[in-house]
Design a protein. Structure first.
Length: 154
């Protein structure tokens, strides 16, 4: 298992940034997967193709079904004491384990916000240096997310 993190100060209030950091926006900003479906614990319904049902979600949890070359994977998002937390749900996807924390810290009297993204990953393929490769790839996704936030509020 490897952990990576990236941080940037964004020209936005914490509230503006939180509003922008919706689960689908986060997945799209990472740049590796397309969003196929979004299901949250506040609504009923299901996403049968991926075996995730809204009845499996607690209020405040969201599942994003992401699609990339040759795979579809569910990502489960939730709020944990002000931190946006998400993980690869189930055994589908490139990681044996992947979890991510997004923290926001107001700066400059609240007019700017420090955005920090931290992720722990372990690749599901038995490759030499597999976790190191997964961390390198994941770090690129975190950096793309930070760049997207900078661009959004420029």
């Amino acid at each position: 298992m490897r952990e990576v993190s990236a941080s940037r100060t964004i020209d936005a209030t914490e509230r503006e940034l939180r509003r922008w950091l919706e689960p689908a926006t986060i997945v799209e900003a990472e740049g590796s997967f397309d969003v196929v479906a979004v299901e949250d614990g506040e609504r009923s319904g299901d996403v049968r193709a991926d075996r995730v049902s809204a009845s499996d979600l607690d209020p405040g949890e969201t599942i994003v079904i992401a699609s990339g070359p040759g795979m579809r994977l569910p990502l489960r998002f939730e709020q944990r004491e002000g931190t946006i937390y998400y993980t690869q749900e189930g055994e589908r996807g490139p990681f044996d384990h992947m979890e991510t924390w997004i923290d926001l810290e107001p700066e400059s009297g609240g007019t700017r916000t420090e955005l920090t993204i931290r992720s722990a990953v372990s690749l599901s393929a038995p490759l030499p240096f597999g976790d190191r490769i997964a961390a390198w790839k994941r770090n690129s996704e975190l950096e793309r997310t930070l760049e997207a936030a900078v661009d959004e509020f420029a």
